[in-house]
Design a protein around this ligand. Structure first.
Ligand SMILES: Cc1ncc(COP(=O)(O)O)c(C=O)c1O
Length: 384
């Protein structure tokens, strides 16, 4: 992996990363003459993720958003169904089910990990609850033991939104291997990326064949290519969720580098954590918490400031030094669309606080040591 120093005065929040072999693999895809979906690079990526995570079937998609939408189709989510989702998440976690007519039931988060508060689940489950969608925030595992036992007790599906958590673990088991379905994101801001991309992880093999069909416009095209049927036709609902093999070629170049990418990110995360502890104590800020039974994915580094004023002042302070830090999710239950879905009845005070007080520091694979030192020094100057 090539790690280069920043050449401009500004340290961005994120900078797209290239491992170096992307061009070569894209050229190979073009020369081979297969640039549409489900080509050789798509198969290589899927097989590699299956092997690395121990998932029985992985399907690349054009985004995590699409993988979530595919999960909603696979679970036959219908108008009147309810889906329990954190309010502290990206809109796609919720939108995927709302698109099928479901009502989102917003659940609050734990103040320590910012993951959904599993102790609130029982109070939110009703006769119409069809699924729970835990989001492993910052790649730190949700309390999957309780979530799975609760879901099993009520016969409810679990779909892990693992957009942040590739290579994270909960009690030694890979995130994305707990729910009957799980999703990944390969968006530009993620540890491993192809610009825009994602994957559906299928842990319950009963979804495997239908997932192939829904991803391929509702046709049995994949069976046709395997010689299992003599022509392909429309057999179910579906859409076009598969990425071009050009994107898969780009992604494969990054997946091959996963060890080096993860160790670079571990170093960056640890550096922030070790150098900001003393400052946090003095200013009343809080650093990320990773429970001892979780291995995180080193997706992001955030600071939880004591007040919204302190958070906004720190963002402004860093900006004057050419450093871009950013806030994160706005509570979905209070958003315009969230309210229309009944969100005003949700009680999510921890989400509302976290949303006001959290900021994310620059974090990307090739963040140079001297740039990170400048970020840390600038934060240490800030007294609130
Ligand atoms: C928790 C979560 N889920 C889903 C998504 C959507 O991912 P994508 O951009 O790959 O569709 C994001 C985006 O960052 C996210 O943070």
């Amino acid at each position: 992996m090539r790690v280069t120093s920043t050449t401009t005065a500004t340290i961005p929040f994120n900078r797209p990363f290239a491992s170096g072999r992307e061009y070569d693999y894209i050229k190979q895809a073009i020369e081979r003459g297969h640039v549409s979906g489900d080509g050789p690079f798509t198969r290589l990526c899927q097989q590699m993720i299956e092997a690395l995570l121990g998932v029985s079937r992985v399907l690349l998609t054009t985004s995590c958003t699409d993988a979530l939408e595919l999960s909603a189709l696979l679970l036959d989510i219908r108008p009147g169904d309810e889906v329990i989702v954190p309010s502290f998440t990206f809109v796609s976690t919720v939108n995927a089910y709302v698109l099928r007519g479901a009502k989102p039931v917003f659940i609050d988060i734990r103040p320590d990990t910012l993951n959904l508060d599993e102790s609130l689940l029982e109070g939110l489950i009703g006769l119409r609850t069809k699924a729970i969608v835990p989001v492993h925030y910052a790649g730190v595992g949700c309390e999957m033991d309780t979530i799975l036992t609760t879901a099993q007790r009520h016969g409810i599906a679990v779909v892990e939104d693992n957009a942040h958590g590739l290579f994270g673990k909960y009690r030694g088991k890979n995130l994305g291997t707990f729910g009957s379905l799980a999703t990944l994101s390969f968006h530009e801001t993620k540890n491993i990326s192809c610009g825009e991309g994602g994957a559906l992880l299928i842990n319950d093999h009963r979804h495997a064949e239908r997932a192939e069909i829904l991803r391929e416009k509702g046709t049995n095209r994949s069976r046709f290519f395997r010689g299992q049927v003599d022509k392909y036709t429309w057999v179910d609902v579906g859409s076009s969720f598969l990425p071009s093999d050009i994107l898969a070629a780009f992604l494969y170049a990054q997946l091959e580098e996963h060890d080096r990418i993860q160790s670079a990110r571990r170093r960056i995360w640890t550096n922030y954590f070790l150098h900001l502890g003393g400052w946090a104590l003095k200013t009343g800020a809080r650093l990320p918490y990773v429970p001892p039974h979780c291995d995180q994915s080193f997706h992001m580094f955030y600071l939880m400031m004591p007040t919204v004023e302190a958070r906004d002042a720190l963002i402004a302070h860093l900006k004057t030094r050419g450093i871009m830090s950013v806030f994160h999710y706005l509570p979905l239950h209070l958003s315009e669309m969230g309210r229309r879905c009944g969100g005003e009845n949700a009680f999510c005070p921890v989400t509302e606080d976290a949303s006001e007080c959290l900021l994310r520091l620059p974090f990307f694979n090739q963040l140079a040591e001297d740039d990170q030192a400048a970020i840390i020094e600038s934060i240490q100057e800030f007294r609130g």
